[in-house]
Design a protein around this ligand. Sequence first.
Ligand code: HQG
Length: 179
Amino acid sequence: MNNNKLSRFLSLVLRHKPEEIDLHLDSEGWAEISTLLQKLAEHGKRSTKEQLFEVVTTNDKARFRISDDGTRIRANQGHSIDIDIGLRPVKPPAILYHGTAERFLKSIQQSGLSSRTRQHVHLSSDIATAKKVGMRHGSPAILFVEATRMFEAGFEFFQAENGVWLTKEVPLRFLDRHS
Ligand code: HQG
């Protein structure tokens, strides 16, 4: 597998479907690297430890992390499976951005932002990132989230190791359409 394919496949098994290669993640989302390599090979996706490390260190969004002792790997965010990556709540900046598609706006305007299939709603501290995220779904639309106000109203925010901001939901009263 080339690096790009391996990265995509890691996103799948470390965030959504470990069972695809009969892999076990612990309660914090970690997989043993030796087991992962073995399972990849058993499922026709042989890769080396060197390639795995290269994919982790060169990944454009720092999607994965290797444990300090070098034996385990996990995704930094984006999970749909129920794991606890041990994120500590932090105070967010005044405004965060969410990129979505025009076609979702009607529904969002009725019920606010929900995490859908993932564990969290994903937010960014800059508009450019939000736009890229939105474009994955179609014609992009950017929403402002009044994050500090939401935080002060008791909602928790987390920042993943790769800088992505996360929260469980964004009620309508904290949302605004950008331009
Ligand atoms: C939308 C990628 C209708 C929401 C990205 C989004 C990100 C609603 C879609 C990360 C809604 C879910 C996450 C509502 C939310 N009605 N639609 N009430 N509430 N939505 O893919 O944020 O490359 O699960 O706006 O860069 O697009 O994989 O979330 O459009 O960081 O590392 O439902 O995934 O990172 O889509 O993307 P997603 P997302 P990676």
